[in-house]
Design a protein around this ligand. Structure first.
Ligand code: TPP
Ligand code: MG
Length: 408
């Protein structure tokens, strides 16, 4: 039984900063105020509210007259859901980092820790049938688009339970309406414009989110894609995840202008504080409405931070100080801020948060175990899935030695 179904009414609170501004009456949720969930977790509702309203962080606008919503109403269900999603991604990435250090994951591995509010907030602002395409920092997005933790971690260890059967690894994960995971910096942006073009061409009511990093933001191919997207007014939400650094370089050293939300020129843009998941959600809803109404592309700059180095081979300390990373962790961490928010507003109790943490730990630990021990695909399966409906003996150049036993 969902929380909402149980509640006859509710307490709703409105927050402005830390001050409680308004609250409306409390009515019984059920006779006992307690529920045992299907997971066996006892929830005590007596002290919680069903929804609360928070101010969003200030947006900066480029070629737009009205900003996204200045307030965001959060239900109890969504509060626990967003917390669980962000915490799962954090723990999954920590597990991936550890597996990499053990040399069980090989090759590239780019972690998303610190940036969780971006994908969780954006997913909450679009629909599952909308499309997403991102760069190589793809694990969090893969999970948010519906791949379970096992599908991500086993992909990283190259095992059969991986979402690409272990053939893709860190940068090449896919699922329905999720077009990867792309290793070439910036290359996913023209592809994203193409997906949006197809949506418009086919008369669909969908939008495409195409994400790139600050390091990709100065590439020529982005501006070519912006031009065509605006020329044909395709429903593309271009998103610059500005985590402050490219591969070993700060944005200030690499960019003549770091106002990335203005860099689409004739494409309107919004600067978004992406350490706050609700601010991201409202900006995304706004952008999706904008695109769906036929106005063409829009650009969001999500100001965020990554805790790890660029990849596992970068300790991430030669171009920024440990103190800086520590300070963000202590003062601006998106999960910590959100947890504080839902606890102080009584959307969730400390016990419920603990129960979520426990469940997340269990899921990630069991996915780690299987990702270590699952088999790899059969050798012959390496040349499958190159083409749609590929004939059994279809020759793939470079793979004949495997299939025919003849060295090439
Ligand atoms: C065309 C191309 N050039 C260079 C690289 C190497 N490279 C990989 S990531 C990266 C920096 C990208 O930084 P950013 O876009 O800010 O993304 P972040 O890693 O911060 O998420 C570079 C130069 C590449 N993969 N592709
Ligand atoms: Mg970056």
């Amino acid at each position: 039984m969902s929380i909402n179904m149980l509640s006859k009414t509710s307490r709703c609170v409105k927050y402005f900063g830390s001050n409680l501004k308004a609250s409306v009456g409390l009515a019984a949720r059920n006779t006992t105020g307690r529920e045992v969930s299907s997971a066996g977790v006892t929830r005590d509702f007596s002290s919680t509210v069903t929804e609360a309203t928070f101010p969003t962080k200030e947006y900066k606008l480029h070629r737009l007259d009205t900003p996204p919503a200045s307030e965001s109403t959060l239900t109890r269900d969504d509060a626990l859901k967003f917390y669980q999603q962000m915490q799962t991604i954090r723990r999954m990435e920590t597990a991936a980092g550890n597996l990499y250090k053990e040399k069980i994951i090989r090759g590239f591995c780019h972690l998303y820790s610190g940036q969780e509010a971006c994908c969780v907030g954006m997913e909450a602002g679009i629909r599952p049938d909308d499309a997403v395409i991102t760069a190589y920092r793809a694990h969090g997005w893969t999970y948010m688009r519906g791949v379970p933790v096992l599908g991500v971690l086993a992909e990283l260890t190259g095992r059969i339970s991986g979402c690409a059967k272990g053939k893709g690894g860190s940068m090449h994960m896919y699922t329905d309406n999720f077009y990867g995971g792309n290793g070439i910096v910036g290359a996913q942006i023209p592809l994203g414009a193409g997906i949006a073009f197809a949506q418009k061409y086919q008369g669909k009511d969908n939008v495409t989110i195409a994400l790139y990093g600050d390091g990709a933001a100065n590439q020529g191919q982005l501006f070519e894609a912006f031009n065509m997207a605006k020329l044909w007014d395709v429903p593309a939400i271009f998103v610059c995840e500005n985590n402050g650094y490219g591969m070993g370089t700060s944005v200030e050293r690499a960019s003549a202008s770091t106002d990335y939300y203005t860099r689409g020129d004739y494409v309107p843009g919004i600067y978004v504080d992406a350490m706050d998941v609700l601010t991201v959600r409202e900006a995304t809803k706004y952008a999706a409405d904008y695109c769906r109404s036929g106005k063409g592309p829009i650009l969001l700059e999500l100001a965020t931070y990554r805790y790890s180095g660029h990849s596992m081979s970068d300790p991430g300390t030669s171009y920024r100080s440990r103190d800086e990373v520590q300070e963000v962790r202590q003062k601006r961490d998106p999960i910590m801020l959100f947890k504080e928010k839902i606890l102080t507003s009584n959307l969730a109790t400390a016990d419920e948060i603990k129960a979520v943490d426990k469940q997340v730990r269990k899921e990630v630990d069991s996915a780690v175990e299987r990702s270590r021990n699952d088999p790899e695909i059969e050798l012959e399966a390496l040349y499958e899935h190159v083409y749609v409906d590929q004939a059994k003996d279809f020759p793939i150049r470079g793979c004949q030695s495997i299939t025919s036993g003849v060295a090439q």
